[in-house]
Ligand binder design. Structure first.
Ligand SMILES: [Zn+2]
Length: 439
């Protein structure tokens, strides 16, 4: 117990010190890839052959931006590997130090019912994990973005948002854990199926309330002002059978100056949201392509389909947890003072295996996501007829991504196709539609 407290406090203090030091340093300037303008001669010389045209786009990016993009992508891999290592170390610390058994006994003394003990224990657990993970999350969410010049925000601003995000997601986790622990005890033979159902209900509810109740906690999301941009987007939506009356803008510049847009919600709560950066910093062709891509996600029902795939993958995860937890508890249960998976103090093992499954199944989830993104790109180009818009958009934040990863990296770690793949798809469309679109 003492070891856990010391480790959690040390992790917290180290994060504050690290974040404050980085906050005090000036933000280095980015390489302004966006300012590189080519004349109409460049477009008329752009080869029709898709592979050659893709090369021409990649060649336009300065070597220094490419190497910064590669280095930034490497920080994603460092983050991923560190998260796995810290997760395993944290769960081992909580179990082997005896903290899990002590916290369970404490919860038993403090509150009467088993579900309340589970809830209290879950709060201890999620607080401990937040603190133990704070150094790596500080790196992932703040330090590496500041050092790359993508954000001007201070550490305190970031930390406040991280705590709020933790509080929101913890509310969902606690409810899920209480229900699943109860199912493990009452239906030991069939809990995996029931837990999958709980997962489906909670994740659908989260997605459903996200646009109106969760996203506004982090950003102000306002309707786009009337004008030619809004009219162009609504016209594109109507042409594609989307009953939208409003386009939303998110003040994403609060967090960073990278370009993005997204769709959230399901059914009646669905909305398409453009980031203020994207509106301010991209010309018409790209802006239309981005909106058409998001309309594609909506029309192709990617969010509901994503929930179904995600639930199937998590169902496999519960099978993995059942198998793994049984073996771990059979081996170490006596030392941990844990009787079985239904014991409140087994929760860290359950949770650790669930997160571990999240890492193991990353290539499956990434492959599903890449497939959907490629579909949305095709839809977007077909609807906006702006293949050059996609190619241009892909090199605007060239210093933030490895544009041309190996197929293995892309397969394992990319949730969008790489810039090379997306530019190639756009150039292929252009070659096949030459007569329809001019250059
Ligand atoms: Zn997308």
């Amino acid at each position: 117990m003492k070891a856990l407290l010391v480790a959690a406090m040390a992790a917290f203090l180290a994060s504050i010190v690290w974040g404050s030091i980085v906050s005090a340093q000036p933000v280095p300037p980015r390489i302004n890839v966006r300012a590189i303008v080519v004349d109409s001669g460049w477009y008329s010389a752009l080869p029709l052959n898709p592979a050659a045209a893709t090369e021409a786009y990649l060649q336009r990016v300065p070597a220094e931006a490419r190497s910064r993009g590669d280095a930034f992508t490497a920080t994603r891999y460092i983050t991923l590997a560190s998260r796995v290592a810290i997760l395993m170390a944290s769960v081992a610390l909580i179990m082997f130090s005896g903290a899990a058994a002590s916290l369970r006994d404490l919860a038993r003394r403090w509150v009467p019912y088993l579900w309340m003990q589970d809830a209290l224990f879950a709060l201890f657990l999620f607080t401990a994990l937040f603190l133990l993970n704070l150094p790596i999350e500080t790196y992932a969410g703040f330090v590496r973005l500041r050092l790359a010049g993508f954000t001007q925000r201070t550490y305190l601003d970031w930390l406040g948002e991280a705590v709020l995000g933790w509080a929101v997601i913890t509310a969902f986790y606690v409810v899920g854990v209480i229900l699943i622990m109860r199912l493990i005890r009452r239906r030991p033979g069939s809990w995996v199926g029931w837990a999958t159902l709980v997962y489906l209900v909670l994740s659908s509810f989260y997605v459903l309330i996200s646009p109106q109740y969760i996203e506004p906690l982090f950003n102000s999301i306002t309707p786009l002002a009337d004008g030619p941009e809004k009219e162009a987007i609504l016209s594109l939506a109507r042409a594609n059978g989307v009953p939208a009356h409003e386009v939303f803008v998110r003040d994403a510049s609060r967090q960073s100056d990278l370009l993005n847009a997204h769709v959230s919600g399901i059914g009646g709560t669905a909305q398409i949201v453009l980031d203020d950066n994207t509106i301010a910093k991209t010309p018409k062709a790209e802006f239309e392509l981005v909106m058409a891509h998001e309309i594609g996600h909506y029309v192709l029902a990617h969010i509901p389909k994503g929930i179904v795939f995600d639930t199937l993958v998590s169902g496999l995860g519960f099978v993995f947890i059942g198998w793994g937890a049984q073996r771990l508890i059979a081996r170490h249960g006596r030392r941990w003072k844990v009787a079985g998976l239904g014991d409140t103090a087994a929760m860290p093992v359950f949770w650790g295996l669930l997160l571990l499954w999240g890492f193991v199944s990353l290539p499956i989830n990434n492959s599903i996501s890449r497939e959907q993104e490629a579909e949305a790109d095709n839809y977007g180009i077909n609807a906006s007829r702006q293949p050059l818009g996609l190619a241009e958009f892909m090199i605007r934040d060239a210093d933030a991504a490895n544009l041309d990863p190996s197929w293995l990296e892309e397969w394992l770690l990319y949730d969008h196709p790489s810039a090379r793949q997306r530019i190639f798809a756009a150039m292929r469309w252009r070659a096949e539609h030459r007569s329809a679109t001019g250059p």
